[in-house]
Design a binder for this molecule. Structure first.
Ligand SMILES: Cc1cc2nc3c(=O)[nH]c(=O)nc-3n(C[C@H](O)[C@H](O)[C@H](O)COP(=O)(O)O)c2cc1C
Length: 420
């Protein structure tokens, strides 16, 4: 793949060298386009030596090659890291005053910005507006990390780690690739929308050290978050316990229990176009949480745990939307993990669940100890209330990333029909 790596004038420019290495080691051909001011931080020799390609910042170098046209046309992917406040502003306003911004205007493939700046600059309404503009045009703008900044200060504004940028950039290409096995949503298909996704498994405390949990790894929810971001959405991830890190670029809300997840989901649904309930939420919780650790005593009978039912959050969200009459969220998507049993098969359970919950789409997968939970591959059926009784729904199989791309594609198609 041909990649243009744009480098802005921030301290984090040195980290772009690690990102460049990740791309070249994965076999990609990278042309680095540093801005003039970025050369105060990292010199051209570093980029030329590491990329093996000539490096320029100006449209007036090698004029006969018309580099800005060539680079923009040939790039399968443009990644800007670090994207400074200045670069975001220049890109958002369509300026073309150096080689990088000219190249950005020529690009027709996916563009990923990895911002880095002081918290005040990131939070400034001007920067926020530029980010919103870029996202509305289909660019992926990652959320910066939170942590130590250039000086002694800490806060949001850190460049996401190179491996996170690498993963997000490749996800943007997968999602944009019309030839991919799982047709993905077009870049920008979800631009201007807010998508809330729940992920992971809840933990229901028994006492301060023990809990009832489940095998959910969070891989499906995080893959959905990446696919939705690649389609241009602002993504809020309500994360219960996950074995995988939350993807960079999401607005992260951490929760532990079903009741916490319920509160977060209700709070989030007010400004969400889409809510995807991919978390494994405990159906039951211990009726009592013991305040001190339950002790093993020889003179006492073994403890008995009684459970109470947790609220049905998916059904509640649908009912709350109906009661409010606002039509927000436009789409509520449920997930069902079913094992099937002697009396009903998985599909039948799925159809019944869809009818009972009243959601707009239900993603159904068959689970077992080694099926789905924690695995990288999955197979799902996407059920809709519009399906006929014989319809088995749209099926999708592959890695969780591929299946997520398909689900997000279906969601963007459903949104388009609703607003048509
Ligand atoms: C030491 C130093 C560190 C800087 N770090 C950042 C930064 O992390 N993010 C940012 O947006 N600007 C930063 N700036 C300011 C930019 O260099 C300045 O806005 C410049 O015009 C950016 O231009 P460019 O990225 O379009 O090349 C820094 C400036 C200095 C002197």
């Amino acid at each position: 793949m041909r990649i243009v790596l744009g480098v802005g004038g921030g301290i984090a420019a040195y980290k772009a060298a690690s990102l460049l290495r990740l791309f070249t080691e994965a076999g990609h051909d990278v042309s680095v386009v540093p801005t003039e001011s970025s050369k105060q931080f990292v010199g051209v020799a570093t980029w030329e030596a590491l990329s093996g390609n000539p490096v320029s910042s100006s449209v007036f170098d090698e004029v006969e090659k018309v580099n800005h046209v060539r680079l923009g046309h040939e790039a399968d992917l443009i990644v800007v890291a670090p994207a400074t406040a200045d670069l975001l502003a220049r890109a958002a306003t369509g300026q073309a005053n150096d080689l990088l911004t000219n190249t950005l205007l020529m690009a027709r493939g996916p563009v990923v910005f990895a911002p880095a700046m002081h918290t005040e600059m990131w939070a400034h309404p001007a920067t926020a507006a530029n980010v919103a503009t870029l996202r509305s045009r289909g660019a992926v703008v990652l959320e910066p990390g939170i942590g130590r900044l250039t000086g002694k200060d800490t806060g949001p504004g850190r460049l996401p780690e190179p491996d996170e940028i690498f993963t997000a950039a490749l996800a943007a290409v997968d999602t944009a690739d019309p030839a991919a096995d799982s047709p993905a949503a077009a870049p920008g298909a979800l631009a201007g929308t807010t998508v809330t996704i729940t992920a992971g498994g809840t933990r229901e405390p028994l006492d301060p050290v023990r809990f009832l949990g489940n095998r959910s790894s969070g891989k499906q929810g995080t893959a959905l978050a990446e696919a939705a971001m690649a389609a241009g959405a602002r993504v809020r991830l309500i994360a219960a316990h996950m074995d995988v890190p939350a993807p960079s670029g999401v607005e992260l809300v951490r929760v532990e229990t079903a009741l916490e997840l319920r509160a977060a989901a209700h709070a989030a649904s007010g400004d969400s176009d889409v809510v995807i309930m991919a978390a494994a939420v405990a159906d039951f919780r211990p009726s009592q949480v013991v305040e001190t650790k339950i002790k093993k005593r020889d003179d006492e009978a073994d403890p008995v745990i009684t459970l109470v039912r947790n609220p049905d959050i998916l059904q509640e969200l649908v009912r709350a939307r109906d009661a409010a009459g606002t039509g927000t969220p436009k789409l509520i998507v449920g997930f069902a993990a079913e094992t099937g049993d002697a009396t009903s098969d998985v599909l039948e359970y799925g159809r019944k669940k869809l009818a009972r919950k009243g959601c707009d789409l239900l993603v159904l997968n068959r689970v077992g100890k080694s099926l789905v939970f924690g695995q990288d591959d999955t197979e799902v059926r996407i059920l809709s209330p519009a399906d006929s009784a014989e319809d088995a729904g749209e099926s999708a199989a592959g890695t969780k990333a591929e299946v997520s791309a398909r689900i997000i594609s279906r969601i963007s198609a459903e949104l388009a029909t609703r607003s048509a």
